[in-house]
Design a protein around this ligand. Structure first.
Ligand SMILES: CC(C)(COP(=O)(O)OP(=O)(O)OC[C@H]1O[C@@H](n2cnc3c(N)ncnc32)[C@H](O)[C@@H]1OP(=O)(O)O)[C@@H](O)C(=O)NCCC(=O)NCCS
Length: 185
């Protein structure tokens, strides 16, 4: 059982194709067009393999821009685990590997858009801060990485977030029940 960082775009696309085949589903998170876009953005692709078969992927762009105290950001574009291997901690394991790489590169925060109940539940289990719902029915995640929490006080909010206040646990649990963009597709 191995986690591997794959950098070659052709290899990434082959592995995503294998992931779709093993999963027996075509989820939008691992659609060819979105994956090509994340490659273009410069995202890192961490794959989890079991017996040489890809079972999960984490796609995160590790930013370098440092214009204000919110930056650099790690931008978590997507997570996907094949249905048979879900709820075994694999997406979490890949996340912590990616988070470690982001911290080593100097990132202060992580941001993402949670487009499914499972995705939001994963962020919630990681204690990520949620800042309201976008017009696309996704939840805006923007959270300090470990060690940087004290840079931000309760009066501060991410300037582009849909809401100026953090969602409460109750809001998040209710949103998980209702479903998001991909749950309603
Ligand atoms: C979201 C996804 C990547 C999670 O992958 P995973 O490998 O099953 O995640 P983990 O096992 O690490 O989950 C960690 C925790 O997240 C929460 N969680 C994950 N999926 C959940 C679900 N379907 N319902 C409720 N909680 C969930 C739980 O707290 C879980 O811990 P627990 O199993 O001990 O209760 C997977 O469900 C998936 O690929 N879904 C389809 C694609 C997708 O929706 N991606 C996210 C888009 S924003």
């Amino acid at each position: 059982m191995m986690i591997t960082l794959i950098s070659d775009p052709t290899h990434i696309k082959q592995l995503i194709k294998s992931l779709r085949k093993v999963a027996c589903e075509t989820h939008p998170v691992i659609s060819g067009s979105d994956v090509s876009l994340y490659i273009f953005y410069g995202a890192e692709f961490l794959f989890k393999f079991i017996d040489d078969i890809p079972v999960s992927v984490n796609m995160t762009k590790i930013g370098k821009r440092k214009k204000n105290i919110w930056e650099p950001y790690a931008n978590w574009h997507g997570a996907y685990t094949i249905p048979d291997m879900r709820r075994k901690g694999i997406a979490t394991e890949l996340y912590f590997c990616s988070e470690k790489r982001a911290l080593e590169s100097g990132c202060r925060r992580i941001k993402s858009l949670a487009g499914s109940s499972a995705g939001l539940a994963l962020h919630h289990s990681l204690n990520h801060q949620c800042w309201g719902k976008t017009n696309n029915n996704e939840i805006w995640i923007d959270s300090p990485l470990p060690g940087y929490e004290s840079l931000y006080d309760d009066s501060m909010f991410p300037s582009q977030a849909p809401s100026k206040s953090k969602m409460t646990d109750i809001d998040i649990i209710e949103t998980i029940k209702q479903g998001l963009r991909y749950d309603k597709a």
